[in-house]
Design a protein around this ligand. Structure first.
Ligand code: URA
Ligand code: SF4
Length: 318
């Protein structure tokens, strides 16, 4: 049996309406077991947080700030395109291509070096990510997956999210809609997030590859190498407190490990100064729908809540 979900404090620290909070709390009074049980359909809002349009004045201001920042090397390891430099390139000179460094070319020890660039205000984060998507990812030709995709799937969520989920790659529904985790596995992920007392819009969700691998096969190493510079920039911009990798491909990529999921999941790792918790992919949970697998994932997610100082759901709370 899973523990049960209870009311909790607002996760969003930017000030939410009090009525909004209590309404949210009410909606959280569901049992975790049910949340993982897929008994009811999940409605996913069509809203695309973090991708809102910005005024020309805001863009100019952000571009100036980014250009200033880019003039002083912010990262110790300048072989990796820092988000701010990339942002300057895309905002100031849209025709300029940003350097993309294959993951295999990253220097040894890279994973241990925290991001040095300052954290951007939310408005600038939105601009940087929107530009990255619009000017690079949407038309990206950097691997063979561009030939078979319908849409690229950049990722979505709160640019100030404390938790950043990393999946494997878009499936059919994601390829058709251009949004991450909206198919069956996505519905389960949404329930998992809600079971944690959060809304999907409060976290950030992305994948290691932005285009669907045909037949939902695992992305090939060269595809991962070509695509992950985008993910690294997303992480550098969002700067979450915790990364949750979903399944083997994203966990092995982030940890540069060949270990089995069973060995990696359920314990804390560190990636560039950010805590990283691997857990099973929701597709695996759907395939191996046993109480044990569900309890295991739930335990991993509870460790994330406790790391963030968020209250753990109490048994029996409705
Ligand atoms: N599986 C993934 O890994 N990512 C998605 O976006 C959807 C399904
Ligand atoms: Fe580009 Fe990534 Fe799509 Fe490959 S998977 S074409 S690298 S966006």
């Amino acid at each position: 049996m899973f523990d049960c979900i209870g009311a909790r404090d607002a996760y969003d620290d930017r000030g939410m309406d009090r009525n909004g909070i209590s309404k949210h709390r009410k909606s959280l009074s569901v049992r975790a077991e049910r949340a993982f049980g897929l008994e009811s359909a999940v409605t996913i809002s069509g809203q695309k947080p973090g991708l809102s349009a910005s005024s020309p004045a805001a863009k100019t201001e952000a571009a100036t700030a980014l250009a200033r920042e880019a003039a002083t090397p912010a990262l110790a390891l300048n072989t990796v395109a820092p988000a701010r430099v990339v942002a300057r390139q895309v905002v100031v000179n849209l025709s300029e291509q940003s350097p993309l460094v294959p993951a295999c070319a990253l220097p040894l020890g890279f994973d241990a070096v925290p991001f040095a660039a300052p954290i951007l205000p939310a408005d600038e984060k939105r601009i940087v990510l929107q530009q990255l998507d619009a000017t690079e990812v949407k038309a990206c030709p950097k691997c063979r997956l561009c030939e078979t995709r319908t849409n690229t799937v950049f990722g979505e969520g709160d640019v100030d999210a404390k938790i950043f989920f990393i999946g494997e790659g878009p499936g059919e529904s994601e390829d058709l809609s251009g949004r991450p985790f909206v198919g069956r596995a996505g519905q389960l992920l949404t329930k998992m997030i809600e079971a944690m007392g959060l809304r999907r819009e409060q976290v950030f969700i992305a994948n290691i590859v932005k285009c669907r691998p045909p037949g939902n096969r695992e992305p090939a190493p060269d595809e991962v190498a070509a695509c992950t510079p985008y993910l690294l920039r997303q992480l550098e911009v969002v700067r979450p407190k915790v990364i949750v990798t979903l399944g083997k491909p994203s966990t092995q990529y982030m940890l540069r490990s060949k270990e089995a999921m069973g060995k990696m999941r359920g314990r804390w790792h560190e990636w560039r100064g950010i805590k990283l918790m691997p857990t099973y992919h929701p597709s695996y949970v759907l395939r191996s729908y046993t109480a044990e697998v569900r309890r295991t994932v739930w335990n991993d997610l509870q460790m994330v809540l406790s790391e963030l100082g968020l209250p753990l759901p109490k048994r029996g709370e409705q």
